[in-house]
Design a protein around this ligand. Structure first.
Ligand code: UDX
Length: 436
C-alpha cells in the first residue's frame, strides 16, 4: 500500500519505519527541512534502540522515503497524522499542530484517501479535524482514529507486537482498508466508534499512571509499617486480575504521555462536570513522589547546603534521551535551591538535560567522575549501567557511602555484600551496613 506519515516524532517515525518493514511503500513528511535531510541520510533525531538499523535497511530497500513536499500526498491510499499534541498551560491539549497539519494537507489529498489520526487527541477531535479538512478541500473524507500505545525505548517491539490495534471508524470500508494495512502484523484488532477509540487511549494511559501512583502510595505505607514493597508488589501481581506490569515503585512517572494524558483527561472530565478526583489524586501522588529522595536526604543530613550530591540518571526512564517531565528536573532544582552542589551523569540524556537545567548543575562524563568525593548518591533512572555498578568500587570513591535509590536498583544481598553503606530506597526498610 502507498502510505504517507505526517510528523517524524517518536510515533510518526516508529510507525513509518515499521509499516515499511512489513512491506508497505511509506513516505514520511515533515515541515522541518533539517530533520528530513538527516533522516534521508539515516540519522535519527531521537535516541531509540533498534530504530536506526531498520530505518537504514528500509531506505536502502526503497520502501521508505522522507520529504517536506506535501504534493507527495496525492497518490497515497492512507495518510497517517502523527504530529505532537503537547499540553497547554491551562491543562488542555494544544491542537495547533494537528490543526495546521489538517489545513496543510487539504489541498493535496485525493478523495479516496483515508485520513488516520494517530496523535493522542481529546475526545471529539477526530470529528473536528474531519470537518476542518472537508471545509478546506471541499469534498467529504474518511477519517479513522487509530491511537498508538508504543513506549519509548521499545518503540519497534511495541509497534510490531502490539497487544491490540484500535480502529475507531464511521465508514466500514475505510476500517477494512486499515485492517488490511495491519494484516501482515497478525495482531488482535478492535473495531470501535471514533469517540471510543479516542477514549481508549486516555483511559489506558490514565489506568497505567494510576497503577503506578497506587503502588507508590503502597510503598509509602510499606516504609511506615516496615514491610517491603517489592515483595508486596510481587504478591499482588501474581493475581492475574491485578497483573505484574506497572507495579514498580519509584520517584514517579514522567515522559511525554502519562503526565499530559492524565491532566488532559482530568480536564475533559471537568469540562463535562464529571468528578475525576481519582485522576487528581494520581497526579498529586506522582508530584509528591518526585520529592521523596530529597526528603529522605534532608532527614539524613539535616540540611543539604554545601553537600555534594551525585545524580545518576536524568532521562525520565532508561533507554531514552527524553527529559520531558523527568523527575530528575524537580530533584535537581530542589537540591540546588537547598544549596547542594549537584553533579549528574546520564548515558543518553545529558544534551537534553543541559538545555533544561543549564548551569544549575554540573555534568560528569562517567559514573566514576560523577561519584568522586560525593556526600551522597541519588539513583534517579534505572539504566542497566547503573544496575550493574560495582557498588564497593563506587562507594570507595565517595566521601560518604550513602545511596538514595529512587528506582530500587539493588537487591538486599548486594547491599549486604558492601563493607560499609547506608542505603535508602523506595518502600523498603533502610539498610545500614558496617557503620556502628
Ligand atoms: C507510555 C505508555 O506505556 C505507552 O503505552 C503510551 O503510548 C505512551 O506512554 P512511555 O512514556 O514511553 O509509554 O513509558 P513507560 O515505559 O510506560 O513509562 C512511563 C513512566 O512510568 C516512566 O517514567 C517510568 O519510569 C514510570 N513507571 C513505569 C514506573 O514508575 N513504574 C512502573 O511500574 C512502570
Amino acid at each position: 500500500m502507498k502510505i504517507a506519515v505526517l510528523g517524524t516524532g517518536y510515533v510518526g517515525l516508529s510507525t513509518g519505519v515499521c509499516l515499511s518493514e512489513i512491506g508497505h511503500n511509506v513516505t514520511c513528511i515533515d515541515i522541518n527541512k533539517e530533520k528530513i535531510k538527516h533522516l534521508r541520510q539515516g540519522i535519527l533525531p531521537i535516541y531509540e534502540p533498534g530504530l536506526e538499523a531498520l530505518l537504514a535497511s528500509n531506505i536502502t530497500a526503497g520502501r521508505l522515503r522522507f520529504t517536506t513536499d506535501r504534493k507527495e500526498l496525492k497518490d497515497k491510499e492512507i495518510i497517517i497524522i502523527a504530529v505532537g499534541t503537547p499540553q497547554r498551560e491551562d491543562g488542555e491539549a494544544d491542537l495547533s499542530y494537528i490543526e495546521q497539519a489538517a489545513k496543510d494537507i487539504s489541498g493535496y489529498i485525493a478523495e479516496s484517501s483515508i485520513i488516520v489520526i494517530k496523535s493522542t487527541v481529546p475526545v471529539g477531535t477526530n470529528e473536528y479535524i474531519k470537518k476542518t479538512i472537508e471545509k478546506e478541500c471541499g469534498f467529504s473524507i474518511q477519517i479513522i482514529s487509530n491511537p498508538e500505545f508504543l513506549r519509548q525505548g521499545s518503540a519497534i517491539h511495541d509497534t510490531m507486537n502490539a497487544d491490540r490495534i484500535i480502529i475507531g471508524y464511521e465508514n466500514k470500508a475505510a476500517a477494512m482498508k486499515l485492517q488490511e494495512m495491519y494484516r501482515p502484523l497478525n495482531l488482535p484488532i478492535l473495531l470501535t466508534s471514533i469517540r471510543s477509540a479516542e477514549m481508549i487511549k486516555y483511559a489506558s494511559n490514565a489506568f497505567l499512571a494510576t497503577k503506578i501512583s497506587f503502588i507508590n502510595a503502597m510503598a509509602n505505607i510499606c516504609e511506615a509499617v516496615g514491610a517491603n514493597i517489592e515483595d508486596v508488589a510481587q504478591g499482588m501481581g501474581k493475581d492475574k486480575r491485578i497483573g505484574e506490569a506497572f507495579l514498580k515503585p519509584g520517584i514517579g512517572y514522567g515522559g511525554s504521555c502519562f503526565p499530559k494524558d492524565v491532566e488532559v483527561l482530568h480536564h475533559t472530565a471537568s469540562l463535562y462536570g464529571i468528578n475525576s478526583s481519582l485522576l487528581k489524586e494520581t497526579i498529586e501522588i506522582n508530584e509528591s513522589q518526585k520529592d521523596l529522595l530529597v526528603k529522605k536526604a534532608l532527614i539524613r543530613f539535616g540540611k543539604l547546603k554545601g553537600k555534594k550530591i551525585t545524580m545518576l540518571g536524568l532521562a525520565f526512564k532508561p533507554d531514552t534521551d527524553d527529559m520531558r517531565e523527568a523527575p530528575s528536573i524537580n530533584i535537581a532544582r530542589s537540591l540546588t535551591s537547598l544549596g547542594a552542589e549537584v553533579v549528574a551523569y546520564d548515558p543518553a540524556a545529558m544534551i537534553n538535560a543541559k538545555g533544561i537545567l543549564g548551569d544549575k548543575i554540573l555534568f560528569a562524563n562517567s559514573v566514576d567522575e560523577a561519584v568522586w568525593n560525593a556526600d551522597a548518591l541519588f539513583i534517579v533512572t534505572e539504566w542497566q549501567e547503573f544496575q550493574q555498578l560495582n557498588l564497593p568500587t563506587v562507594l570507595k570513591k565517595m566521601k560518604h557511602p550513602i545511596i538514595f535509590d529512587g528506582r530500587n536498583c539493588f537487591k538486599e544481598d548486594r547491599i549486604k555484600a558492601c563493607e560499609t553503606i547506608e542505603y535508602y530506597s523506595i518502600g523498603r526498610p533502610d539498610m545500614i551496613v558496617g557503620i556502628a
